[in-house]
Ligand binder design. Structure first.
Ligand SMILES: Cc1cc2nc3c(=O)[nH]c(=O)nc-3n(C[C@H](O)[C@H](O)[C@H](O)COP(=O)(O)OP(=O)(O)OC[C@H]3O[C@@H](n4cnc5c(N)ncnc54)[C@H](O)[C@@H]3O)c2cc1C
Length: 391
């Protein structure tokens, strides 16, 4: 492949932009094809564990995000109905010292904007917005994609970083469809001044059998991002559907009033339905490969979707830089990433089950949280947070 021909990247989300930047750092040009007309920063809170921070640092972007990020001291795990704190799992200096990178929380819009600003100012990256991929064709020499209005783009390779409902994946043979996970994530942000008990420099986690709540500071501490993950039947495909506040609050009656009185003051909630994707028979097809949610969507119980997409981006860029044979480079990338991403997917599913336990098993879980050394609980995730990019 000529190093001068830009690689096509479908999707200008977290993974697609991280890939464009990782390629640019290796002097590979790319064209990012993004469906949205204006690549607007969307979403609410996103967590970036030390593994994701290592990726962000390797892209040279941690300093740009720092003014907007929070550094939580701990994960404060609450019994949902009593509001009692069961344990404080250490983050802050403890996790930074252990893994050589901090644990940050941020607004997804801020993370996306930092990636986007860096991509916009790099002459090796071309952003084409309003390009909604509808068709993919490849020959031995290259890949051509077309959008819904008939516009075309061609290149030596295509990476589908176009999310859970990936259009690129549909052109791979024998791909399974996403499966509804029976729950919805409903999110909002609250000004910290009005967030009462939720305005703490920590990740708060409140557990009840049918729902759990996560909150943490974003936007440099001025807002608190809140997400409620609850069993639900709504199966929409949007990231940003309007959620009905009275319905949500009715689902939360069993939570302690010190949480619900604050949530009752919020009227604007957005939601997305949670889906899983069975393991794909392949992440690559000739000169095309998948990355991030398009390859391995994550349930949010370990908060790893963004971090793993950035990990993928660095590994893929490294493979392409070391091997001019694109199908071979993509094969190496997939073999380096499959086991890890499957392990994180499986661990997320397990974590969700633990969060949703009902009595008497929830009482046993809570007793473990109270009795076990918090650092020991966290050290079980060393394999996850200890990832570092190859040099
Ligand atoms: C609008 C939005 C809001 C989100 N909000 C949150 C949040 O608040 N908290 C959180 O933890 N996670 C959120 N996520 C998910 C999170 O960003 C991803 O799970 C994670 O970062 C993995 O990144 P990704 O690059 O694989 O996918 P994404 O970041 O989802 O990016 C996929 C990109 O592909 C584009 N795309 C999709 N189809 C096409 C097509 N046919 N042609 C061209 N482009 C296409 C999308 O517009 C999007 O920009 C959100 C995702 C989106 C798209």
């Amino acid at each position: 492949m000529s190093a001068r021909q830009p690689i096509l990247i479908a999707g200008g989300g977290i993974g697609g932009l991280a890939l464009a930047l990782a390629l640019a750092r290796r002097d590979r040009p790319s064209i990012v094809l993004e469906r949205q007309e204006t690549v607007a920063p969307l979403g609410a809170g996103i967590q970036i564990g030390p593994n994701g921070m290592h990726a962000l640092q390797a892209l040279g972007l941690a300093d740009a995000l720092q003014p907007f990020a929070g550094v939580p001291e701990a994960i404060a795990v609450h019994a949902g109905s009593s509001g009692r704190v069961l344990t404080r799992l250490p983050l802050g200096q403890w996790i930074a010292g252990r893994h050589g990178a901090p644990y940050w929380v941020a607004h997804r819009g801020d993370l996306h904007r930092v990636l986007l600003d860096a991509a916009n100012s790099d002459p090796r990256i071309t952003l084409r917005s309003g390009f909604d991929i509808a068709a993919v064709a490849q020959t031995e020499a290259g890949v051509t994609v077309a959008d819904r209005s008939g516009a075309m783009a061609s290149g030596p390779a295509l990476v589908g970083a176009d999310g859970l409902w990936s259009a690129v994946r549909q052109f791979f043979p024998g791909m399974p469809a996403p499966e509804f996970a029976g729950a919805t994530a409903t999110r909002t942000t609250i000004p910290a001044a009005r967030a009462g008990r939720l305005a703490i420099p920590a990740v708060g986690l409140w557990l009840n059998p049918h729902a759990h709540v996560v909150h943490y500071p974003v936007r440099g501490g001025s807002d608190i991002a809140v997400v409620v993950i609850a069993r639900e039947t709504w199966q929409g495909r949007q990231w940003d559907a309007e959620a009905d506040a009275p319905t949500l609050l009715a689902q939360m009656e069993s939570f302690h009033p010190s949480l619900t009185t604050i949530l009752r003051t919020v009227t604007a909630w957005r939601k997305w339905a949670l889906y899983t994707l069975p393991p794909l028979p392949s992440w690559t097809a000739g000169r095309a490969a998948l990355l991030g949610d398009a390859a391995h969507p994550m349930l949010p119980y370990l908060a790893q979707g963004g971090a793993l997409a950035m990990e993928d981006a660095l590994v893929l860029a490294g493979c392409v830089a070391h091997d001019s044979d694109i199908p071979a480079a993509f094969g190496t990338y997939a073999s380096l990433r499959r086991d890890r991403t499957r392990r994180v997917q499986a661990a997320s599913v397990r974590q969700g089950r633990i969060y949703r336990l009902a009595p008497p098993l929830s009482q046993a879980r809570d007793a473990v949280f109270r009795a076990a050394p918090a650092a020991l609980i966290m050290s079980r995730l060393d394999w996850l947070y200890g990832w570092r990019p190859a040099r």
